[in-house]
Ligand binder design. Structure first.
Ligand SMILES: *Cc1c(COP(=O)(O)O)cnc(C)c1O
Length: 497
């Protein structure tokens, strides 16, 4: 299987090349030339398979140029007990008859990004071997908090790879920041930027497309790649857990063979929900995909009206990993839903760059609405949902999952749709202790993040995630804070160019 550009500006390339390049150098994103489809019976046949087996199965379908033996090896390395202590890797927790939380935060950094970023370094190393590249790969990452740490952990001390993470100084939680800044390893850098996530992401995308800068890197023996969800290697592993969730529901007789279910996803860059969309295209019996946003509700409006409009204030919320206005992976989705119409994609994305908005045609909108609904949750609603979930179900959720659940509840109230729903739980609540504690308790006096973790732990008795437990005592390794315009100079400095 080959990979093609959403903007028809690159020749088809292999999976290995795609993962190595990250994004289309001329702008645009790589997608599979076609999506493999599975028969109902083939899916059922996997009912009793382990997560690792499912991952090998799905990855093989998309990575035709990788040896099956190699895929098996790297899957077992990435999803080992040490990285994901739960046997199911992504356990399914039942809240009530209709609602299941897909727990995606058992990995080392306590967010769902680990599912992809524990695997990506192995994929990338294989890709480099396959394509006989004699250059050091420089992974550039723009992060709203969780990708940064997960990527740093995944790529730490991986030979032949350097990783540089840019994050908005004021746009991540204190714990997210400490997680990143305390990462060791000879090949890692984390740099704070004055600006928001969209600024970081745009600056990094510009660098990928900067021909002169790329030439300079090449001359010095380097090549850029990406660990953001613009890299296909980030999205592919995420398809696996939707299959795992569906098969678990079947196995436990919580849905019947042939019965449809919904998937709800707290969404930022549209990566996680795009993986859910791919799982649907491959054959999972999905009724609706519920796209949940926080007060940065560009996608809610888009799904309702067909108009994607970023001319609005960027809001800082208690779910910072979703504080995004430009959801990169929407481009991939639009490419699929228009039947690979690059002319339209190019027109819309030029309009977005020029006028900060675009509107899709009615036919496309109808297609989108047949499958997707968009809802958003206000800050107050998120807190209330966290509180209610704790009170009624004795279960602690983080604010991102809270956005998801609040949006799902609104959808249910509006539609009366009572199909079984799998809601992606994207982060461990301790990662956002302050917001979670304030949601369930009135008199919170603790200010220090680690006191907050302690208090939350004493109150709820929920075990503190291992990746956060010893964070306070770790040494800060990265101290750089720069202006947005100095990104290029900073990279030159780090790489001694
Ligand atoms: C990244 C992230 C999201 C958003 O996921 P996308 O794939 O960017 O849509 C939601 N919740 C958490 C906790 C995250 O880290």
């Amino acid at each position: 299987m080959n990979y093609i550009s959403t903007r028809d500006n690159h020749s088809p390339i292999s999976a290995a090349e795609t993962i190595k390049l990250g994004m289309v150098p001329e702008g645009g994103l790589f997608v599979p030339s076609h999506i493999p489809t599975l028969k109902e019976e083939d899916i059922f046949a996997k009912k009793n398979n382990s997560y690792q087996d499912l991952a090998v199965w799905i990855l093989n379908l998309f990575l035709k140029d990788f040896k099956s033996k190699t895929i098996k090896k790297i899957v077992n390395q990435a999803y080992c007990k040490n990285n994901f202590p739960s046997k199911q890797v992504t356990p399914l927790v039942r809240l009530n008859k209709y609602t299941y939380l897909l727990i995606l935060w058992k990995g080392p950094t306590a967010a769902f990004k680990d599912l992809a970023l524990q695997l990506l370094p192995y994929l990338l190393k294989q890709a480099v071997l396959k394509t006989a590249l004699n250059k050091e790969i420089v992974i550039l990452v723009a992060t709203s908090g969780d990708t940064g740490k997960a990527a740093l952990e995944g790529f730490k001390d991986v030979e032949g790879i350097r990783i540089i993470v840019f994050f908005p100084d004021q746009g991540v939680s204190k714990i997210q920041k400490d997680q990143m800044l305390t990462t060791g390893g000879k090949n890692t850098s984390a740099v704070a930027i004055q600006g928001n996530f969209d600024d970081c992401q745009s600056a990094v995308k510009e660098l990928f497309a900067d021909q002169d800068f790329n030439k300079l890197l090449k001359k010095n023996g380097y090549q850029f790649s990406s660990a953001n969800s613009i890299n296909w290697g980030r999205l592919l592993p995420q398809i696996v857990y939707y299959f795992a969730a569906y098969l678990k529901l079947l196995r436990d007789n919580n849905i019947k063979k042939g019965e449809n279910f919904n998937i709800a996803v707290p969404t930022g860059n549209f990566g996680n929900i795009l993986a859910a969309f791919y799982s649907y295209k491959m054959g999972l019996p999905v009724n609706k995909l519920i796209c949940a946003s926080n007060e940065n509700n560009v996608l809610t409006d888009f799904i309702k009206t067909g108009r994607y409009d970023i001319k609005r204030d960027f809001k800082k919320t208690i779910s910072p990993s979703m504080d995004i206005l430009i959801s990169s992976n929407l481009e991939r989705f639009l490419f699929e839903i228009t039947g690979h119409d690059s002319t339209k994609i190019k027109r819309w994305y030029h309009q977005l760059a020029d006028k900060k908005s675009f509107t899709v045609d009615q036919k496309t909108l109808t297609k989108i609405q047949n499958l997707f609904v968009g809802y958003y949750a206000k800050e107050k609603e998120v807190k209330k949902t966290i509180k209610n979930t704790y009170q009624y179900y004795d279960y602690l959720i983080d604010p991102h999952t809270g956005v998801g659940l609040s949006s799902l509840n609104k959808y249910r109230n509006n539609s009366g749709d009572l199909n079984t729903t799998v809601l992606a739980s994207t982060a461990n609540p301790y990662k956002f202790s302050k917001a979670v504690l304030h949601s369930i308790k009135k008199d919170v006096n603790e200010k220090n993040q680690y006191e907050l973790i302690d208090r939350l732990n004493k109150l709820t008795k929920m075990k503190v995630h291992r990746g956060l437990a010893d964070l306070e005592t770790k040494k800060i390794q990265h101290k750089k804070k720069i202006n947005l315009k100095d990104i290029k100079e900073e990279i030159k400095d780090i790489l001694s160019l």
